[in-house]
Write a protein that binds this ligand. Structure first.
Ligand code: NAP
Length: 279
């Protein structure tokens, strides 16, 4: 039976450390969160970010804009936040309503305050191995691996999913740590066969039970990024958890694995920004 990689406990520890470090700063770190429209899932995420800020002792500002907000109005708000001394991080909750170009909005956020790590400047920094904000989900996964002494060096790593916010940066971070990395996606042939080669398997697709036990090498480390709802409406990942945990060496649960660490890394990035901006 696999070791359960407890992201929830690690996230609580990370946030405690962030809070302690923030207390030593002359000015409290500040995070601005923008939400446009009435997406219920986005509302839940924004509420939890506010709670995290409270836990870490951060200033938290929320801008809840109506569905009919124009791209120009949104970018104008971001520009105001870009020059605010007391704001270290700016986050625009995705997805945005139809008619707003997400890329243009993400580009408008100053790379110095892009604590989500989605700006092409920060993405580029990751690609070439320079300092920048790391996207929170893959960053959190690397912290989980570190906490449990799982070193990707020389390991076969397979990442299922190639999105800009999870799959691609995840693969780059594993590569940076000297893993031998394969990225799979919807057009990959022989997916099961490739997955079976993985010492570290990361599933970031968004399909219930798509990673079955026959796709996992006995003794592998399995990281389940996805947040799906099953037929009973229960939160679950991509991995057939009950079956895979019997043969993996270690596995992240859903909930309680990657999700809490994503939130904790947002707090860490905001702290890093505040530290940099305060010299
Ligand atoms: P996304 O942008 O929809 O990307 C999904 C990826 O899965 C795509 O690259 C897609 O391939 C690939 N894919 C789809 N069907 C596949 C198949 N049958 N076989 C192999 N690959 C397939 O999603 P995302 O934003 O990366 O998020 C992925 C999952 O993680 C979602 O469930 C999301 O809710 C969750 N998530 C969780 C956290 C967290 O904190 N835990 C954070 C972010 C996201 P193509 O590129 O070819 O279409």
């Amino acid at each position: 039976m696999a070791i359960i990689l407890d992201g929830k406990a690690l996230a609580a520890k990370c946030k405690q450390e962030v809070k302690k470090e923030a207390e030593s700063l002359a000015r409290t770190p500040g995070l601005a969160v923008i939400i446009v429209g009435n997406n219920p899932a986005s509302r839940v995420y924004v509420n939890s970010k506010r709670k995290d800020c409270e836990e870490c002792g951060f200033l938290s500002e929320e801008y809840a804009l109506p569905e009919e907000t124009t791209q120009g109005e949104l970018i104008s708000l971001i520009q105001q936040l870009n020059v605010r001394e007391d704001i270290d991080g700016i986050l625009c909750q995705l997805p945005l309503p139809d008619g707003i170009d997400e890329e243009a909005v993400l580009m408008a956020i100053s790379p110095e305050k892009d604590v989500d790590g989605f700006h092409p400047m920060n993405m580029g920094a990751l690609l070439v191995g320079k300092e920048g904000f790391l996207p929170c989900t893959p960053y959190g996964i690397m912290e989980i691996l570190k906490e449990y002494d799982i070193d990707p060096k020389g390991k076969r790593c397979v990442v299922i999913g190639r999105s800009n916010i999870v799959g691609k940066p995840m693969a780059l971070l594993l590569l940076q740590k000297h893993g031998t990395v394969t990225i799979c996606h919807s057009r990959t042939q022989n997916l099961a066969e490739i997955c079976r080669t993985a010492d570290i398997l990361v599933a970031a697709v968004g399909k219930v039970n798509m990673v079955t036990a026959d796709m996992v090498k006995p003794g592998a480390v399995v990281i389940d990024v996805a947040m799906n709802r099953n037929e009973a409406g229960k939160l679950c990942g991509d991995v057939d958890y009950p079956a895979v945990k019997e043969l993996a060496w270690a596995i992240t649960p859903v909930p309680g694995g990657v999700g809490p660490m994503t939130r904790a890394m947002l707090m860490k990035n905001t702290l890093l920004s505040a530290q940099k901006r305060q010299g």
